[in-house]
Design a protein around this ligand. Structure first.
Ligand code: HEM
Length: 349
């Protein structure tokens, strides 16, 4: 096929996929900007996109664009090297019309991909991937000692930018991205045949402006998020705490409904009494484990809300009573304390 077999066809694939990636980055930087001006709205967008089928299809399309762009980059570079033979080693100074980034697109691209791998581990793997694979809070990533709801983007921004190395890795990635995107932007028009003396200088200017605005905004965001993480802003903000609380309560309600229907299934299964008792005990254990994870997360991420403060106070009092209780009576108090945990959360529903 002409598109994949000819050199110009392969370059066209690079240009089209590159153009789509530039559009994605422009959308991405604007979405990140929402996290700065209105963090709760940002989390709502993350929740809407989440692991819904349309978001998963879009992510798979995006991954395909990245893969095509990278594979064809290697094919074209190998093809160029073959055509030039050993001559490339003889060149020590570049002719004035050849830019430095033009000769280093592959290396710049590899640095961007290395950044992307770190970035995907910090965000995508803990958000969309976790949500797509399971609804079990035991699989959620731990942030500040508690299970973070994968739909709450601000929690993951806090976790990522709390690491001292994150802004350093990001800035290195952004510098490489600037050179790579700036050169790629205008050269894709050149590939498409727009390379006359009037248009090329204009397109180079547009490329430089667009790239500088997008990469500049990413850089400002990385600095802002590092500052916010240092101040614990995404953990202390009251509005965010209320939003976190709502999403955790929703998960608890969802779990309770699932528990009730499973319990009903067991009762209607026709199994004998002892088998039923074993299954119910297993189910109860599962529910208790989930409830402990949720209650802990609420205590960490919603700590300043009055209802959560009351829950924490009540638990502390229970613990005190437990310590003061005479030997032998402790079990009853422990049982009471567990009951306070769940009933308190249920009361807030
Ligand atoms: C300050 C800089 C950045 C921040 C704070 C940031 C934040 C995020 C977050 C929170 C997500 C997860 C969204 C979700 O799964 O719902 C994400 C996904 C992603 N980011 Fe970034 N990002 C930044 C820069 C970049 C850059 C420079 C690139 C590319 C070179 C990039 C590429 C991606 C990709 C490919 C995804 C996966 C999108 C998907 O699967 O739909 N990000 N980013």
């Amino acid at each position: 096929m002409w598109l994949t077999n000819s050199s110009i066809g392969r370059k066209l694939i690079m240009s089209i996929t590159g153009a789509c990636l530039i559009l994605f980055l422009t959308f991405h930087v604007l979405m990140n900007a929402v996290a700065i001006v209105w963090p709760t709205a940002y989390n709502t967008i993350c929740q809407l996109l989440g692991a819904n089928w349309y978001a998963l299809v879009a992510s798979m399309g995006l991954a395909a664009l990245f893969v095509l762009h990278i594979v064809y980059a290697f094919i074209l570079t190998l093809q160029n090297r073959k055509a030039r033979g050993n001559d490339r080693y003889n060149v020590t100074t570049l002719p004035p019309h050849v830019e430095w980034s033009s000769n280093n697109m592959l290396v710049l691209g590899i640095v961007v991909v290395a950044f992307l791998v770190v970035h995907m581990i910090q965000f995508w793997a803990k958000m969309q991937l976790v949500e797509a694979l399971s609804h079990d809070p035991a699989t959620w990533a731990v942030v500040d000692g508690a299970a973070a709801n994968p739909a709450m983007g601000t929690l993951f921004i806090h976790a990522a930018f709390s690491e001292v190395w994150t802004p350093i890795v990001y800035i290195i990635g952004f510098v490489a991205l600037w050179f790579h995107m700036n050169h790629g932007f205008w050269s894709m028009f050149q590939t498409a045949g727009w390379n006359n003396d009037t248009w090329l200088p204009r397109l180079k200017k547009v490329a430089c402006w667009w790239t500088t605005i997008v990469v500049g905004l990413f850089t400002i965001q990385a600095v802002w998020f590092t500052y916010q993480a240092k101040e614990n802003a995404y953990l202390n903000d009251k509005e965010l705490q209320e939003q976190y609380f709502e999403t955790y309560v929703e998960t608890i309600q969802h779990d309770q409904e699932a528990f009730q229907s499973k319990a009903m299934e067991i009762q209607l299964s026709g199994a004998d009494q002892s088998e039923m008792a074993v299954k119910m005990a297993e189910l109860q254990k599962e529910v208790d484990a989930k409830s402990t994870i949720m209650t802990n997360a609420i205590k960490v991420f919603c700590k300043d809300l009055p209802q959560v403060k009351a829950l924490i106070r009540q638990e502390e009092e229970m613990q005190k009573m437990q310590q003061q209780a005479p030997m032998g009576g402790g079990e009853e108090v422990i049982a009471d304390s567990a009951a306070v945990d769940t009933t308190n959360v249920k009361l807030q529903n």
